[in-house]
Design a protein around this ligand. Sequence first.
Ligand code: SF4
Ligand code: SF4
Length: 178
Amino acid sequence: MPNIVKDIVDSAAAIGKGLTITWQNMMRPTVTENYPDEPVHFEDRFRGTHILRRDENGLEKCVACFLCAAACPANCIYIEAAENTADHRISAAERYAKVYNIDYNRCIFCGYCVEACPCDAITHGQGFEIAAYDTNALVWRKEHLLEPTMHKPDPQGAPPRIPPSQKPEIKTTTIVGY
Ligand code: SF4
Ligand code: SF4
């Protein structure tokens, strides 16, 4: 019998606690994003489209080590490496990514590539408007991902959006990870 009374009291306390939280939230102002009429407010940890970063000298941080491609569970990163030369230096290391593609048909925005990168060369931005009618347009190439030079990233950390109509024709249809 004492157990039944205790169960009833515990249940009532749990319901009361839950309802308190419900009432507290009902009294708070409603937060509604008026997208697309107003900018979207992102949480800091939001994972949007990727950005290939540059160092303080404007060189590309990516050294074509392939670790991001190896870590990607969706196998959607394709990289081709090339050697830097004295008169053609792209990154500060021996190699740079001549080709760097991310296939957003397959990317699940897990962030493993960002965690795997030893150079902080790839990060998530806050871009999210990537819907397209043509799946080829979802294969983003290095020129779409690379942080612009001589240009401060916008406050949201996203590279300038290139409308699909202005993107160069993409002939590759199959992306094979490393
Ligand atoms: S976020 Fe995940 S799925 Fe997308 S490219 Fe990076 S590792 Fe691959
Ligand atoms: S983005 Fe980072 S992990 Fe990926 S190839 Fe470049 S340096 Fe290596």
